[in-house]
Design a binder for this molecule. Structure first.
Ligand code: PLP
Ligand code: COI
Length: 339
């Protein structure tokens, strides 16, 4: 029996029994291998170390009310990883290999999938790296794809309790025609310093503006931003943000709930007009935001009355979680049961 306090799991690395790996050599992918080592053996001139040839994904497997394990929209993560690979000239992982890898890693670590209803999940981290050596700036000829997994709790320690965020303009996460729309390590490197400062200043995360003219909201650290105004779900459209699979799903759920949906540029000047705001992503699910402080002007925007999440954010959160955990009908066919 595992001695895990599922209810108080942080979002972090957790050692499990197995991970899976697959190598791309001589122009083709090999067979998937199972490993119980947490380490990889790597060439010191591997392009991932020097030129950032690296992409990752984040996804969750949930234990349902019926005891079954479900994985949410895995094919969207596979597609996004292919787009990331194209973006930094890596070998693309075929969807069949991606699927086999994530299903295998879940099955092998089945005992680490948290029980239903405790707010925890098995987080999967697919990772693709340029492993071949180069010293000139060019793509590698060899790649390594791996997936590891571990049980996690909520990304923000507040869980579904509202957090405070800071909107900043002195750091950019990604350039307009850069790599913001794909999930490559460099974007996260660029966010470390502002996120660290934001935390030191008392905020759960920072909200980045679009880097072209800084008049619009891009995203909320490692999550997309959304707002509710009246009966409309509003979320930024920008070339430099990561197209979130959670956000895409919330837009559909919002429509199903009878809300209007706007995917458009969202001006900083609109922050005072919203009834509810939040951050969304696989790790964060929905994190309601109670307060946004503009670091430049000191202006404060308050949202959650009585410090609790607004009604639409709550309904979106409850519905999404219920679909992911098999407690509500999966009308869009988003889940795959892991057998
Ligand atoms: N934005 C960034 C920068 C992220 O790292 C993530 C997490 O993957 C998201 C948004 C949310 O995307 P998704 O809902 O696909 O997890
Ligand atoms: C996710 O939501 O899965 C992420 O990847 C966000 C962050 C932990 C990088």
């Amino acid at each position: 029996m595992l001695d895990i306090d599922w209810k108080s799991l942080p979002f972090g690395y957790f050692k499990t029994d197995y991970n899976v790996r697959c190598y791309y050599r001589n122009g083709k992918w090999g067979e998937l291998e199972i490993s119980s080592s947490e380490y990889i053996n790597m060439h010191m001139a591997a392009t991932c170390l020097h030129y950032g040839q690296e992409a990752f994904e984040g996804m969750k497997a949930y234990r349902g009310k019926d005891g079954k394990i479900r994985i949410f929209r895995w094919n969207e993560n596979a597609k996004r990883m292919r787009r990331s690979a194209q973006g930094v000239m890596m070998a693309e992982v075929p969807d069949e290999i991606f699927r086999e890898a994530i299903f295998k890693v879940i099955k092998l670590n089945e005992k680490f999938v948290p029980p239903y209803g405790l707010g925890a999940a098995l987080y999967l981290r697919p990772l693709l790296i340029g492993s071949g050596p180069e010293v000139g700036v060019k793509p590698a000829t060899e790649y390594m794809f791996m997936v590891f997994a571990g049980p996690v709790g909520p990304y923000f320690k507040e869980g579904f309790n509202p957090v405070e965020m800071q909107v900043i303009s002195d750091y950019d996460r990604a350039a307009p025609n850069g790599t913001g729309h794909i999930k490559v390590g460099g974007n996260y490197a660029a966010s470390l310093r502002p996120l660290h400062r934001g935390k030191q200043e008392g905020f759960a995360s920072v909200i980045f503006r679009n880097s072209a003219d800084r008049r619009y909201i891009d995203e909320a650290g490692p999550a997309n931003f959304f707002a509710i105004r009246g009966d409309t779900y509003i979320t930024p459209d920008s070339v430099s943000i990561l197209p979130s699979i959670t956000n895409m799903s919330l837009r559909q759920i919002a429509k199903d709930m009878g809300l209007k949906v706007e995917l458009r540029q969202v001006a900083i000047d609109e922050l005072g007009d919203f009834d509810e705001v939040g951050a969304c992503g696989t790790a964060a699910v929905i994190s309601p935001i109670k307060r946004i402080v503009d670091r430049d002007t000191g202006k404060v925007f308050e949202y959650c009355k009585d410090r609790i999440a607004g009604p639409y954010s709550t309904k979106l959160y409850v519905t999404l979680r219920a679909i992911q955990e098999g407690a509500e009908e999966d009308i869009h066919g988003w889940n795959t049961i892991v057998e």
